[in-house]
Structure formats: C-alpha cells, structure tokens
Design a protein around this ligand. Structure first.
Ligand code: XLS
Ligand code: CA
Ligand code: CA
Length: 439
C-alpha cells in the first residue's frame, strides 16, 4: 500500500523540463570528474524534519496533513518507517538519518524506551535489507525531554550525565545493528545561558569524558562508524560549546580526541556563527576533518535556525567546490537534508518537491564546481595572486630561510616602493555567475 499515491517515481528529465516531479540536474549515474553524481553526493533524508515535524511554530499549531496523524504513537512510528522507505525509493535517495526520538516513542522508563526502539529498529532493518537503502547516521536526542533542561553531558546534574551515557550507549548499538556509516554528536543543549551559575571548566571536561566513553564503547562493540561532531554557535542555548569548526577543533585538540572525530558541517549553523558555509567547510578541510554535511540554508533576514531546503546556487556551488577539493570527497559522509518544508507547505507532495529542489540545487552546484576545477578558474586566480611566494624573497620565506632580522635587512635594502596588484573581486564574481548559469 502506498502512503504517497499521488507522487510518481521521480526521473531525470534535464534542464528544459517544467515537470515539478522530475529532476532537472540530478542524474544519479551521470559521471562528473570520474565519479557518478550518486557517489559524489550521497544524499540523505532527515527523518525528524520529513516524518515528525508538523509545522508547529511558537505562534501556531501544526499544519502538516499526514495520513498517519490519527494513529497511536507506536503505530505512527511504524507507518513512518514505511513512509521513509517509500520516499527514499521514489526520490532515488540512498540514505536516511535519525535521532532515537524520531523513530520511536519515549516510554515511561529507560527500559521501556529501549524496547520501543528495538521494535522499530527491527522494522527499519527489514526495510533496509529489502530496499538496499542505508543509514547515513544516527544520533541521540539529548535535548527535547525536560530532563535535559541544563544540558546532557554538560548538565549540572550528574544523574542526567548518567542517563545521557545510557542513551548514547543504546544508540551506538542501534547504529551497529543498522550498519550506520556515521554517528553524529550535535551538542543539543551543551552550552550555557550565563557564566554567573556555570562551571565552564567542569562542563567542558565532562563533554570530553562522554565523547571518550563513546569512542571506547564503539571500539568495544566493533562499531566502525565515522564519528562526527556538528558545530552550532547558539540555539537552543545562548552559547553552544561547539560554536564553530575552529572552536570544535581546539576542543578536540585539547582533550586528545582529534583522531577520533570529524565534523558534520551544517550550512545554517555556519551562517548563525557569522561565517559562510564554505568558510566552515574550508576550515574543516584544511584540518583534515571534513566528514559530512547537513544541507540546508538560513534566511539572511532572520537570526535563527530556519533549516530551509537549499536552493542558493552560490552556496551549493562553493560547498561542492570544497567537497571536490577534499581528499576522497565527502568520503563516508553524505549530503543530509537537515531541512524542513515551510509551515505553509503542508501537503505530502511538498516533502517530495522540497527534496527535488534541494537535490537539483546540489547537483547543479556539483556541475558548476567541477567546471570551476576543470577550467582552473579559482585555482588559477589564487595561484596568480600568491605568485610572489614562488620566487625570490617569497620562496625563501616559505622555505623557512628567514628571520625578522634578515627580513629587516631585505626590506631596508629595497629601493622601490612596494606595489600591490588589484584583487579583481567584481570580475571574479561575474565569472562565477557565468559558470553557474552555463552548466
Ligand atoms: C539542530 C541540529 C540537529 C542535528 C542532529 O540544529 O541541526 O538536527 O543535526 O542532532
Ligand atoms: Ca544538523
Ligand atoms: Ca539546524
């Protein structure tokens, strides 16, 4: 029985198509720079936004109209599993991602919750086997339940730390059972509101303690997923500890955890931190920790995490440029649509149309980024701009042959005033426009 009878299997029809239920750019088997689009992009659907979110906002009730609305919590969870695999199949998306709380209702006790999870995990496993779809990552929701009011690993209450540890343990086991390729740690409420009542040192030490325990347990049970930390600067707490890629890297270095984690970079979190998506990806890439991405976009007029489906081609192009430049591309990670339809897009069809828009925007970005690389556009510009470091004094500086003293002697010896060259940014942006509109 179909849960989305009005939606056909989405096919690639190419650029000129005006069929809303067709891809204009995402052609899974098309080869770009030696790999298929499917291999480059490894798309994933986020369970929570797609099957759980109902459009509730602080001013109004849910608007989404779903066929499972009237069911009991456990039956709802079961139908959502079917909805997930039908949607993945119709969109030709190979992966999905979830939190424990997305797939099964919380019970009255931890044991009961775990039992509910087991029921659904068995069903997910059956569907994975019959469809060939895979779990990109799973994670623990350590922020919704009121027990996490002061955080989870960084809670002021040790009972909450222990409960969080038990939940992470369970979700690592679930990840192993379902063959998850990654496991994500997003710092839900790991942050603080005011230093007046916060022991920041202890909280950060505890966060590191929990991550270390997770690394150890995964090893113990033979769960080989790539571990990912997902930075975010604020929301829900005023100050989140994993503020951005650079802050998270410093944390991992300090606690000797760098070898065990990569980063899951989310576009909307980057902009909330006052960075661009590509900035965060570049920082991660240069430090060898670009693991996976959460694809979405924020709204430049709003200061919060709107998690919109990505449609900004500048952003998808520059993001894909970083991914293509990353050794091994996106690797074990993927492009996870951590994005939700707008509250006014409340019909089932919108779930598909939104993913088509996101997938096409990333496929378009992939093609544009590949063109930038093939035609040596940005690399050529950068190479020319830094040419002074490849000869003369620049080459000597790079080779480590100089000191402040020797450079003073050099500068004193120069007779001509220093001449700089224009950076030509306007022209570069025009070239980028040409590339994006030309592919
Ligand atoms: C919230 C985060 C969250 C993580 C997974 O802002 O994006 O959804 O991706 O816990
Ligand atoms: Ca996310
Ligand atoms: Ca988000």
């Amino acid at each position: 029985m179909s849960l989305f009878p009005n939606v056909p299997k989405i096919q690639y029809e190419g650029r000129g198509s005006r069929n809303p239920f067709a891809f204009k750019h995402y052609n899974a088997q098309e080869v770009v720079l030696g790999k298929t689009m499917e291999q480059h992009l490894r798309f994933a659907v986020a369970y929570w936004h797609t099957f759980n979110a109902n459009g509730t906002d602080p001013f109004g009730a849910g608007t989404a109209v779903r066929s499972w609305d009237s069911l009991s919590p456990l039956d709802k969870s079961k139908v959502r599993v079917e909805a997930n695999f039908e949607l993945l199949e119709k969109l030709n998306v190979p992966f999905y991602a979830f939190h424990d709380a997305d797939i099964a209702p919380e019970g009255a006790t931890l044991a009961e919750t775990n039992k509910n999870i087991d029921v659904i995990v068995a069903k997910l496993k059956e569907f994975q086997q019959s469809t060939g779809k895979k779990l990109l990552w799973n994670t623990a929701n350590l922020f919704t339940n009121p027990r996490y009011v002061h955080g989870a690993s960084t809670s002021s209450n040790a009972e909450v730390f222990a409960y969080s540890a038990a939940t992470i343990k369970k979700m690592l086991e679930v990840g192993k059972e379902l063959g998850a390729e990654n496991y994500v740690f997003w710092g839900g409420r790991e942050g603080y509101e005011s230093l007046l009542n916060t022991d920041m040192g202890l909280e950060l030490d505890n966060l590191a303690r929990m991550l270390r325990m997770a690394v150890d347990y995964a090893k113990e049970i033979g769960f080989g997923a790539q571990f990912l930390i997902e930075p975010k600067p604020k929301e829900p707490t005023k100050h989140q500890y994993d503020f951005d890629a650079a802050t998270t890297l410093a944390f991992l270095h300090k606690y000797g955890l760098k070898d065990h984690f990569k980063l899951n970079i989310e576009a909307n979190h980057a902009t909330l931190a006052g960075h661009t998506f590509e900035h965060e990806l570049r920082v991660a890439r240069l430090n060898g920790v670009l693991g996976s991405i959460d694809a979405n976009q924020g709204d430049y007029l709003l200061g919060w995490d709107t998690d919109e489906f990505p449609t900004d081609l500048y952003s998808t192009t520059l993001a894909m440029f970083e991914i293509l430049k990353n050794e091994g591309g996106i690797g074990k990670g993927g492009v996870n649509f951590d994005a939700k339809v707008r509250r006014a897009s409340f019909e089932d069809e919108d779930l598909f149309l939104a993913h088509i828009a996101g997938m096409d925007s990333f496929a378009h970005g992939l093609k544009a980024a590949a063109k930038l690389i093939e035609d040596n556009v940005l690399d050529g510009i950068v190479e020319e701009r830094y040419a002074s470091y490849r000869e003369g004094i620049g080459a000597e500086i790079v080779a480590g042959k100089h000191t402040l003293k020797s450079l003073e002697a050099y500068a004193l010896g120069q007779q001509q005033p220093i001449r700089n060259r224009s950076a030509r940014l306007e022209q570069i942006r025009q070239t980028l426009n040409e590339v994006i509109t030309g592919v």
